[in-house]
Design a protein around this ligand. Structure first.
Ligand code: SF4
Length: 254
């Protein structure tokens, strides 16, 4: 199946997110996959596609080896409830060892560049390895997460650079891009979808709005922006748009 604008135009006609994903899995089989870090939208996507008739959707998560215990618990719970296997993609051990040898365990405190380097080694590179075997990457982004995410399309042809250097089109799909967080939460409650335990905690207005690795993720206070809890030590200098791990940045290798 060719990844081109004709395909996008056809898929644009399918408004229901579950039906859209089901059609993608029917068309592409295991060349399509849902990538999730276990936040509200990702778990809702898994439930939706299974309800739409795809009993064994291809699902993966990037395990940076620094995730919260609650994240691992959630993945196990999702696997049990839906009788699926979630592929865990880990970073290359030698590359991580070299990074730690060269810069220490807590490299991300030093500078934005080093945080991005750590995210590249632990998240972006493993994610790219998975994309090498995919034509369709389904992600749980929402427009209300940040300004940069508000500009994302529901169906977007991106250029993926494989490890062998070949650049080819890949369809990135964000079925719930227009959904608000409240709407996604309502969905998970209605359909009893397992959710990340940390996302359910709220104390005096403090709560987790976005989850990543331990240490790099903290709860946000009532007056703080959504991504203020990510790499909090950069808040004096960076806004939410500047605080990305690199997974969903515009690709420049076009
Ligand atoms: S979130 Fe922190 S620990 Fe995780 S990959 Fe990025 S910089 Fe490294």
């Amino acid at each position: 199946m060719k990844i081109d604008q004709n395909l996008v135009n056809t898929l644009e006609e399918i408004k229901d997110p579950g039906e859209l994903m089901a059609e993608l899995f029917r068309l592409f089989g295991n060349r399509a996959a849902i990538g999730t870090s276990g936040q509200w939208t990702g778990v809702a996507l898994i439930d939706m596609v299974i309800r739409a008739g795809i009993t064994k959707p291809n699902v993966f998560t990037v395990d940076t080896l620094r995730l919260f215990p609650e994240t691992y618990d959630l993945m196990r719970e999702l696997e049990r409830k839906y009788n699926i296997k979630i592929k865990k993609v880990v970073p290359n051990f030698e590359t991580v060892s070299k990074m730690v040898r060269d810069h220490g365990e807590m490299i991300f405190f030093n500078s934005k560049a080093k945080q991005e380097y750590c995210c590249k080694i632990r998240k972006v590179d493993p994610n790219n390895r998975i994309l090498d075997n995919l034509d369709v990457w389904i992600a749980g982004l929402r427009a209300d997460q940040s300004n940069s995410r508000s500009r994302k399309k529901r169906l977007d042809i991106i250029q993926h650079k494989q490890q062998d250097g070949i650049v080819r089109p890949l369809l990135k799909v964000t079925p719930l891009i227009k959904w608000t967080e409240e709407k996604v939460k309502d969905y998970t409650r209605t359909y009893h979808v397992p959710v990340h335990k940390l996302l359910e905690i709220e104390r005096d207005g403090w709560h987790y709005a976005s989850l990543g690795c331990i240490i790099c993720t903290t709860p946000i206070g009532p007056q703080e922006t959504r991504r203020a809890g990510r790499w909090r030590w950069f808040n004096y200098a960076l806004n939410d748009d500047q605080k990305e791990c690199g997974l969903h940045l515009e690709r420049t290798d076009k």
